[in-house]
Design a protein around this ligand. Structure first.
Ligand code: 2PG
Ligand code: MG
Length: 426
C-alpha cells in the first residue's frame, strides 16, 4: 500500500462558533500522516446550496444534531474510500459525488462529504511534507481581507437590515499591515459607537451589532468616522465592502428594509447602491439582489459592474452551472466561494476556474457558523484568489484564519505579494 493510501476515516459531532453541532472528520493515511477537518455552517443559506444534513429529531440539540452525517461518513464513505489514494483529490471527490448520487448531496449530506474531502486534502499535504497552500497550488498572493466589522441581518438580533459592512484595506503594503489596519479601525469603531451611547456587543461574525440604528446607511457613516479616527484615509488606505444578503430581504418581488419602513424593487435597490457608491468608497457589493432575481442582477451589473465588484453568493452557491448561467446572462463579475455550498474541494476549484475563464474574480469565504479550522486561509493563497472574507477582528474562529494567513505571509518571505485594489473585479 502506498503511503498516501487512506487507512482510516472517523467522524465526530463537534460544536461550531454558534454552539450548534457540526461534523469533524479525522483521516489517517497508510504512511502515518493524519489530518482533521471541521465543517462550517451558514445562517443566511441560499436555496440552491448543497444539503446540510441535520438529524431533525426533536429535543436533541433542538433538532440540529449531525449524527446521521457522522454515521454516513463512518458506515458509507469510510469503507468506500479506504485504500484509495488521498493525493488524487479529483478521484476521491468524484467517488464521494457518486456515492451520494443526488444533484445536491442530499443523501449523504454535504457536511459529511465536505469533511472527508477537506481532510483528504489536508492529509495528502501533510504526507507530502508541504503546507496545504503550497500543496494546492503555486500562489504566493495573500488575499485582501474583507473584514465584517458591523453585523446585521441574520447575524445579529436588532442591528441593520443589511447583513455585512466590511473593511477592505486596499492601501496596505502587506497582509499583516492590512490586519493591523483592520484591528485599529475595529477598536476605533468601538469608541465611536460607545461615544454615541450605542452598544458594542458583537454578532455572529465578530463585528459590532448595535441596536438603535436609524437607517442602513448609518453604519457606513460610523465606519468612515472610525477609519479617520484610526488615522487612515477612507478610500485610499481602507475602502468598504457590503453584503446586504438581499435574498433575506426579498419577498413578492420587493426588498424590505424594515428599519426604514420601506420596500424597494430591484431598480430602486440598484439606484440606492449607485447613490452609495458615489458617497462612500465602496469597492464591492455581494448579494445586492436576491438569489433568483436574474433580471434584477442583469440591471445591477449593467449599471454598476464597470465601476465596482459585484459578488454572487446565494446567486451562484459555488455551483458551476449557476456561475455559467450568470456569465451568459452578464450577472455579477465575481463569485463567492464557500466550500460547503458545493461540498468538495475539486468542485470549489472548478467554480473558481469557471469564473476565471470569464474574468470573474473569486472571494474565498467562511460561513457565519465557523470552527477553528483554517483550511480556507490556505485555499485563498494556494488557489490565488486575491480576496478572502472571514469576519471581523474579534472571535477566535475568525482570527484563526487571519493568524494562519500572517504565518503563510512570513513563510513566503520575499515571494509574498499583497494585491490591494488590483484584486477587485470591475
Ligand atoms: C454570507 C455568509 C458569510 P452565512 O452570506 O456571505 O458571511 O453568511 O454563512 O450565514 O450564509
Ligand atoms: Mg453572502
Amino acid at each position: 500500500m502506498s503511503a498516501t493510501a487512506i487507512a482510516s476515516v472517523r467522524a465526530r459531532e463537534i460544536l461550531d462558533s454558534r454552539g450548534d453541532p457540526t461534523v469533524a472528520v479525522d483521516l489517517e493515511l497508510a504512511g502515518g500522516a493524519r489530518a482533521t477537518a471541521m465543517v462550517p455552517s451558514g445562517a443566511s443559506t441560499g436555496a440552491h446550496e448543497a444539503v446540510e444534513l441535520r438529524d431533525g429529531d426533536g429535543k436533541r440539540y433542538r433538532g440540529k444534531g449531525v449524527l446521521t452525517a457522522v454515521r454516513n461518513v463512518e458506515r458509507t464513505i469510510a469503507p468506500a474510500v479506504r485504500g484509495k489514494d488521498a493525493s488524487d483529490q479529483r478521484s476521491i471527490d468524484r467517488l464521494l459525488i457518486e456515492l451520494d448520487g443526488t444533484p445536491n448531496k442530499a443523501k449523504l449530506g454535504a457536511n459529511a462529504i465536505l469533511g472527508v474531502s477537506l481532510a483528504c486534502a489536508r492529509a495528502a499535504a501533510a504526507a507530502s511534507g508541504t503546507p496545504l497552500y503550497r500543496y494546492l497550488g503555486k500562489g504566493a498572493t495573500l488575499p485582501v481581507p474583507l473584514m465584517n466589522v458591523l453585523n446585521g441581518g441574520k447575524h445579529a438580533t436588532d442591528s441593520a437590515d443589511m447583513q455585512e459592512y466590511m473593511l477592505a484595506p486596499v492601501g496596505a503594503p502587506t497582509f499583516a499591515e492590512a490586519i493591523r489596519m483592520g484591528s485599529e479601525i475595529f477598536h476605533a469603531l468601538k469608541d465611536v459607537l460607545h461615544d454615541k451611547g450605542m452598544n458594542t456587543g458583537v454578532g455572529d461574525e465578530g463585528g459590532f451589532a448595535p441596536s438603535g440604528l436609524g437607517t442602513n446607511e448609518q453604519p457606513l457613516e460610523l465606519i468612515l468616522t472610525a477609519i479617520a479616527r484610526a488615522g487612515y484615509r477612507p478610500g485610499e488606505d481602507c475602502a468598504l465592502a457590503l453584503d446586504p444578503a438581499a435574498t433575506e430581504l426579498f419577498s413578492g418581488g420587493r426588498y424590505t428594509l424594515a428599519r426604514e419602513k420601506r420596500s424597494l424593487d430591484a431598480r430602486a435597490m440598484t439606484d440606492l447602491y449607485a447613490e452609495w457608491t458615489k458617497r462612500y468608497p465602496i469597492v464591492s457589493i455581494e448579494d445586492g439582489l436576491a438569489e433568483d432575481d436574474w433580471a434584477g442582477w442583469r440591471h445591477l451589473t449593467t449599471t454598476l459592474g464597470a465601476r465596482i465588484q459585484l459578488v454572487g453568493d446565494d446567486l451562484f452557491v459555488t455551483n458551476v452551472e449557476r456561475i455559467e448561467r450568470g456569465i451568459r446572462e452578464k450577472c455579477a463579475n465575481a463569485i463567492l466561494i464557500k466550500v460547503n455550498q458545493i461540498g468538495t474541494v475539486s468542485e470549489s476549484i472548478d467554480a473558481i476556474e469557471a469564473g476565471r475563464r470569464a474574468g470573474y474574480a473569486s472571494v474565498i469565504s467562511h460561513r457565519s457558523g465557523e470552527t477553528e479550522d483554517t483550511t480556507i486561509a490556505d485555499l485563498a493563497v494556494g488557489l490565488d484568489t486575491g480576496q478572502i472574507k472571514t469576519g471581523s477582528l474579534s472571535r477566535s474562529e475568525r482570527i484563526a484564519k487571519y493568524n494562519r494567513l500572517m504565518q503563510i505571509e512570513r513563510e513566503l518571505g520575499s515571494a509574498a505579494r499583497y494585491p490591494g485594489r488590483a484584486a477587485f473585479a470591475r
